[in-house]
Design a protein around this ligand. Structure first.
Ligand SMILES: *Cc1c(COP(=O)(O)O)cnc(C)c1O
Length: 236
């Protein structure tokens, strides 16, 4: 298998762009992590990214993740996988086996199922709560009350295997920069509110920003950008 030099070039370019965005936003160097979203790309593309020093990956679908990542982990135990796509309850068992973080927790029932499966495995897992901040209908908790209810549930000791680390959001698909910015800034404000309320958790992770809007997300406080297309090219 030939090494796809382009993936390495793309990753280096994005790392530079992240650094520049951190400086521009007056943020500490290295405060934004890059998650490489490898969905719809073959496992060889994952290896090309690893060869460029990229160890953190995101996948949308559990089934696809399970077809690629077990062999990746065997060769590179330090690689990490985050599940970022909408998660059906019946996929949770597989998801918690393979992932170190689930970013797309969007309902309290999912928390209960993750807890159940993690207890079975005696494994702890980090989660992000996905919050709906865009205009069009998308996944994610729709209200602050529902976020609070879920954090309260975990905080009360009902889910000892779950470590809430923060929040994830997707901005609306638009070229309107102000709309995108507003979506990220709502997320940041909501996250700060939740952190003030739940001081027993460390809710400092904000997963926001994709290929088209990660620089805006960094200005608005993102700590992790999820980039697919700009690394691996168009999805087929
Ligand atoms: C596909 C996907 C991404 C990456 O999108 P790109 O535009 O290709 O960078 C990020 N986050 C989520 C939740 C996704 O589904």
């Amino acid at each position: 298998m030939l090494m796809n030099e382009q993936i390495k070039i793309n990753i280096e370019k994005i790392r530079t762009q992240i650094k520049e965005a951190e400086i521009k936003a007056g943020r500490k160097a290295g405060s934004v992590k890059l998650l490489a979203v490898s969905k719809f790309h073959p496992v060889e593309a994952v290896y090309d990214a690893i060869a460029a020093g990229q160890m953190d990956f995101g996948e949308n679908r559990v089934q696809e993740a399970c077809s690629k990542f077990p062999e990746v982990f065997q060769k590179f135990p330090e690689a990490k996988l985050h599940i970022i796509g909408q998660l059906q309850t019946n996929k949770v068992k597989k998801a918690v086996e393979i992932a170190s973080m689930i970013e797309s927790v969007d309902r309290i029932e999912l928390v209960k199922e993750i807890e159940k499966q993690c207890a079975r495995l005696e494994k702890k897992i980090e989660i992000l709560l996905e919050f709906h901040t865009g205009e069009e209908s998308k996944s994610g908790f729709k209200t602050e009350e529902s976020l609070e209810e879920t954090l309260e549930y975990i905080s009360s000791g009902n889910a000892p295997h779950i470590i809430p680390r923060g929040f994830m959001t997707m901005a609306p698909f638009t070229d309107d920069e102000e709309k995108i910015r507003k979506s990220f800034s709502i997320m940041k404000q909501t996250a700060e509110k939740m952190q003030a309320r739940f001081k027993n958790f460390n809710l400092d992770e904000l997963s926001m920003g994709m290929t088209h809007d990660f620089e805006i997300a960094i200005q608005e406080g993102s700590t992790e950008v999820r980039v697919g297309t700009a690394i691996f090219g168009q999805r087929i």
